[in-house]
Design a protein around this ligand. Structure first.
Ligand SMILES: C[C@@H](N)C(=O)N[C@H](C)C(=O)O
Ligand SMILES: [Zn+2]
Length: 253
């Protein structure tokens, strides 16, 4: 939702609200800008820290502002030249999804996915320690969670709800068999080891995190130091607007 002006004059017209069921015209599906970027939209399915699809993710799509999508296309071009592809886990996130995370955080008994996603951090610290945000920059349409995968490599293992969970902090090869190159932890691993500069990760994981950061910062993205996968496009076109249209093709114009 667009934040209202601080003190509206009674005669002023209501402030325009670009939120609602449809996105503004400069929100695009990343696949229309670059069909080669891989997608694994975790909040549209059960393999995430909550364990079920999140409110507002009607379809597993990566929606972004056009400038952020075009910048990601340039990152992808550079990544492909080195034998890697980007894989996005989350892009635009509706405000209602952030609200769903807040509601979930208020249920201390629901720790279905703790074993994989926050094995050492108490659930009641996840917001306080900065691992989940509400409101979140994702709702402004220019922030993305992503990794690098080898262009030719094994495909990702399927996730079956209820399968035994392995801590995301375990070594690659023991934790969930994502097709990501080794970043030292899994995606959405709410743990100090996922801090981008954490010193305990292997040399390989350090090289890989640095590669992702180099590729992304060259095209105007800034990393969030607590999460190696979270990047914001600095010249975001909607720095003050948190959108709430669903993640769906029908939201686009
Ligand atoms: C929840 C995680 N994927 C993430 O994006 N965290 C940051 C802090 C956010 O929610 O904005
Ligand atoms: Zn993120």
């Amino acid at each position: 939702c667009q934040r209202p002006p601080p003190s509206p004059s009674p005669s002023a017209p209501p402030s325009p609200t670009p939120t609602g069921p449809r996105a503004p015209a400069d929100i695009v599906d990343l696949s229309a800008v670059d069909p080669t970027v891989r997608t694994d939209i975790r909040y549209a399915g059960p393999h995430n820290f909550v364990g079920r699809p999140i409110d507002g993710y009607a379809e597993p799509r990566c929606l972004l502002t056009r400038p952020a999508a075009q910048a990601l296309h340039r990152v992808q071009t550079a990544a492909l030249a080195g034998g890697h592809s980007l894989k996005v886990y989350d892009c635009y996130r509706p405000q209602r999804a952030a609200d769903d995370f807040v509601a979930w955080a208020k249920l201390p008994g629901d720790q279905l996915m703790k074993g994989e996603f926050y094995p050492a951090v108490p659930k009641d610290r996840l917001f306080a320690d900065g691992y989940i945000g509400a409101p979140t920059a994702h709702s402004r349409g220019s922030t993305v969670d992503l990794t690098l995968v080898p262009v030719s490599g094994p495909t990702q293992a399927a996730y079956a709800p209820g399968q035994p969970l392995v801590p995301c902090t375990d070594p690659a090869g023991r934790r969930f068999a994502d097709d990501s190159i080794d970043m030292g932890t899994g995606f959405d691993c709410f743990d100090p080891r996922a801090h981008t500069a954490d010193a305990r990760i292997s040399d390989t994981a350090r090289t890989n995190r640095d590669l992702l950061r180099r590729l992304m910062s060259a095209q105007g993205f800034e990393n969030y130091p607590l999460e190696w996968w979270h990047y914001r496009y600095v010249d975001e076109p909607y720095p003050d607007t948190w959108f709430d249209f669903p993640v769906a093709g029908s939201s686009l114009r």
